[in-house]
Design a protein around this ligand. Structure first.
Ligand code: MIG
Length: 851
């Protein structure tokens, strides 16, 4: 029944040719299976489906009882930063990379020791050596840095990790590290009240505890539902919050694997992989911010995107033909709804051939793009990874000539159906292929494309059910040779890398914008992702918050869902609430599937249209603040969108809270996620808070009930912060920006503003400006002191101060000069005044006002 439905919808969506391809694909697979063995993974489809279903139902079975373990410790020796522990059946290498960062790697007899990983950005030599000591105590061998102790119990060998005060962080489970054939497993104990976060893109709530997850990048074959696992992007990195102390653990293994977070046994976390090394990195806090910072050093800092990427993006599958794209662009400007970027989905191509344009639908792409540029838009076309097997298609022929495509072990090319029909798949683990791929973008860039959207790169091959390349397919793996079982999970990561590096080479000096659906740990140093095919439902709106939060904790902070939902028709109220949330998602793109109702911000008329406009305008108003949060993330790995426990780690009430979040240091956002709701409870953590809209003050550490009619998104600002803003513009290139607005929330605290040209790499050579604000309040006297570093000169000349939550001022000054031209806004309880860019501002309030 399901298959019939799928057949029908595929006939409608991909056309006859592709559907036929799909139909013959099982036969081809059966043939290859007979020829190359490995029936489990690319065997006949029925076999495969049964196997999948069984596996899904039963979960993975643990390694058999005769699995081998390291056994008792025989001896240990130190080699540079590594302690080598020799056990009866294997050797364990414990490398001290930093005081709070260790790598543990198991070496089985006959196994070469290999640290290579696509996730890791920093080689061992790039970590400055740190001191450590080795003590033999009663409980085993203690390998201690100033911040972390790794205790090796000796009979049998068992690792545990402690802080310097001997608080236990984690302990290996007895009989924990084991292997059987190629499969490996490693178990750790979870504390009773321990929370577990991370693991990449998972369609579940914030805390990962109590479930088992599969790590195998997959297209769920149409939209996913809450609870669908796995999805497109998996990262075997988790953060444990154990007794309020945070640590991170990265299982650096790309094979099909599973992480059981207390599902089988409530107090055990087990990582199990079908192959590859048993290697993990341990990152110790105890502050979460420290773990995030180390993680970003280990896997690489986020690339600073161009400013326009922070604007509003509009997409659909697909805006076609060209005049529809023009009409769309014109609508935005006529409606005066800000928008920076239009995405072009697959129909712009000629028969889904990457790097081509459809001759009738898009006869003059360069002309179209230059017109859109003239209106201030950027254009981001989609490129899939499958290259159509077609002897009249230059990219295909060139790829064959350059040997860039993946092959079976006997050297014949792997091919399988995707949108264009039968396709070849570039091997992105080959540096030469990545270069070749990067060069393919030349024509798109010459026509004016501003960024690139990579899709289907799990990689997905059509079959009956989501499918991919067989395990036996060969990969170059940087010249070392490997197969798809190992390369699968990094395929999307390496494609995004090839794309980003290609763009950077073609446009030196300019920042790149690459969006990808699939990836693995470390993506942030090349590109960003969106969260795939969701659905236009309230459930999906709510789900997107913990999904983004956990991706951010894994280093992939620049992310977002399809705003308004991909599959299904979006109802007016849902779209408006989703746009309100979208303002505070790092990636703000409205996208919708083929055949769904229009979803642009104006389609539902009033009152929705005006509210939608007002909120998209708020995004543009706050761009300097957003941009600063991106810069902070690029510096220190602190995500833009943060679950509350990132700042209030000690407050247990934040540990599972996933319907509100912080955006940056100053703003707490509490979206409305249910139909008809016009109020909601909001938990405000310790401290003083201001309602963004009314200036009302709240004392935190409790829950408040907030009114939220359709035009109201609850936003709270932390006392003691400065939120920088600009006048609203239609697109980020609209110039000049003549004024900087500083939203001031009285209290004590520090804030920062980061500025640069938003486009080039000149900031890497010092062309930036960082402004620090220091707020103080003393008996009604509010002082804002400012310090700056860097040489960048912004284009605004004028400053406006808006002091929130006050009822009147006695005197105000800028560098000692009285400020007189101030206005009072009754509804907002705020004071507005123009001022010079001074070193110090003071406001003396009527004493009763700020208590
Ligand atoms: O199999 O390019 O997730 O955003 O619109 C569907 C068409 C292929 C999947 C992407 C979606 C995109 C669609 N693509």
């Amino acid at each position: 029944m399901n298959n019939m439905r799928r057949l029908f919808s595929s006939l409608r969506m991909f056309g006859l040719a592709t559907t036929l391809q799909m139909a013959v694909s099982p036969l081809r697979k059966a043939y290859h299976s007979a020829r190359f063995g490995n029936p489990v993974v690319h065997g006949p489809t029925l076999w495969l489906a049964t196997w999948r279903a069984l596996r899904a139902r039963n979960g993975w079975s643990p390694l058999p009882t005769d699995a081998v373990q390291p056994g008792a410790v025989r001896s240990h020796e130190v080699h540079g930063q590594t302690v080598i522990v020799t056990c009866e059946h294997a050797t364990i290498h414990i490398t001290i990379l930093a005081e709070d960062l260790l790598r543990v790697q198991l070496q089985r007899p006959g196994e070469a020791l290999d640290h290579f990983s696509y996730a890791i950005a920093r080689t061992d030599e790039q970590w400055p050596p740190v001191a450590f000591s080795i003590r033999r105590g009663e409980e085993g061998i203690d390998i201690a840095t100033a911040r972390l102790v790794c205790r090796v119990a000796t009979t049998p060998c068992l690792l545990s990790f402690h802080d310097p005060h001997d608080h236990r962080l984690i302990t290996g489970e007895r009989k924990a590290t084991a292997w059987h054939g190629a499969a490996i497993a490693c178990s750790l104990q979870l504390a009773d009240d321990e929370h577990v976060y991370g693991l990449g893109e998972k369609a579940f709530g914030l805390d990962r505890r109590g479930r088992a997850y599969t790590m195998w990048n997959s297209d769920p074959n149409g939209a996913y539902a809450p609870g669908t696992d796995p999805l497109y992007l998996n990262i075997p990195f988790y953060i444990g919050l154990n007794n309020r102390r945070a640590y991170g653990l990265f299982f650096d293994n790309t094979y099909r694997s599973r992480i059981d977070v207390g599902a089988q046994a409530a107090d055990t976390l087990t990582f199990q992989a079908e192959g590859g090394p048993l290697r993990y990195y341990l990152l110790y806090g105890p502050r979460l911010a420290t773990v995030l910072e180390r993680w970003s050093e280990l896997t690489g800092h986020m690339r600073l995107p161009p400013l326009w990427a922070l604007g509003y993006h509009q997409s659909r599958w697909s805006y076609t033909p060209d005049h529809r794209v023009r009409e769309l662009a014109a609508q935005f400007r006529q409606q005066r709804i800000p928008c920076d970027t239009i995405h072009l989905d697959i129909h712009y191509m000629d028969g889904y051939r990457c790097f081509t344009w459809h001759p009738r639908r898009f006869p003059d792409p360069a002309g179209l793009i230059s017109q859109l540029h003239g209106w201030g838009f950027k254009v981001v076309p989609l490129i899939d990874c499958g290259i159509k097997n077609d002897c009249s298609y230059a990219v295909c022929n060139d790829g064959i000539a350059h040997k860039v495509f993946c092959t079976y072990p006997d050297g014949t090319l792997f091919h399988g159906p995707v949108w264009p029909g039968d396709c070849y798949f570039p091997d992105f683990t080959n540096p030469a292929t990545r270069d070749w791929w990067g060069r393919q973008y030349r024509s798109l860039l010459n026509m004016g494309a501003d960024g690139i959207w990579n899709d289907m790169n799990e990689p997905t091959v059509f079959g009956w059910g989501a499918d991919t390349l067989p395990d036996c397919v060969r990969h170059d793996w940087e010249g070392n040779g490997s197969n798809h079982a190992q390369a699968h999970n990094v395929y999307g990561l390496q494609m995004a890398r090839a794309t980003a590096d290609g763009l950077a080479a073609l446009r030196p000096g300019r920042r790149t914008f690459v969006i990808t659906r699939s990836a693995w740990a470390g993506l942030q140093r090349y590109a960003m992702n969106w969260m795939g095919d969701n659905v236009s439902t309230w459930e999906h709106l709510r789900l997107s918050i913990p999904m983004m939060a956990n991706l951010g904790l894994c280093g992939l902070a620049f992310t977002g869902p399809d705003c308004g939902g991909f599959a299904g028709d979006c109802q007016p109220e849902l779209l408006t609430r989703w746009i309100q949330l979208g303002v505070f998602t790092p990636f703000f793109r409205n996208h919708s599937a083929l055949g769904t109702a229009d979803q642009e911000p104006w389609v539902h008329g009033e009152p929705y249209q005006s509210i939608n406009r007002r909120y998209i305008e708020l995004r543009y108003h706050l761009l300097p603040y957003f941009y600063t949060t991106f810069w902070q993330c690029a510096q220190s790995g602190m995500p833009m969108l943060r679950p509350l426990f990132v700042h209030w780690q000690e407050d247990e009430r934040t540990h599972s809270l996933d319907d509100e979040f912080m955006f940056g240091d100053a703003l707490l956002i509490a979206p409305i996620g249910r139909p008809g709701d016009n109020q909601r409870p909001v938990y405000l953590p310790a401290g003083v808070w201001y309602d963004w809209w009314t200036g009302q003050r709240y004392t935190g550490a409790h829950t408040v009930e907030v009114q939220a009619p359709l035009d109201h998104l609850p936003i709270f600002a932390r006392a003691g912060s400065v939120v920088p803003a600009w006048p609203v513009m239609q697109y980020t290139g609209e110039r000049p920006i003549d004024r900087l607005t500083l939203h001031v929330f009285p209290g004590e605290g520090q804030s920062v503003l980061y500025e640069d040209d938003g486009e080039t790499l000149a900031y890497q050579d010092g062309a930036f400006r960082i402004t620090h604000f220091n707020l103080n309040i003393d008996q009604g006297l509010l002082t804002i002191e400012r310090q700056e570093e860097g040489s960048f000169v912004p284009m605004w000349a004028d400053v406006e101060l808006i002091v929130h939550g006050v009822d009147g001022v006695e005197t105000a000054s800028a560098d000692g000069q009285a400020l007189t031209a101030w206005q009072y806004e009754e509804a907002m309880h705020s004071l507005h005044c123009r001022a010079p860019w001074a070193q110090k501002y003071t406001f003396l309030f009527t004493p009763s006002v700020l208590q």
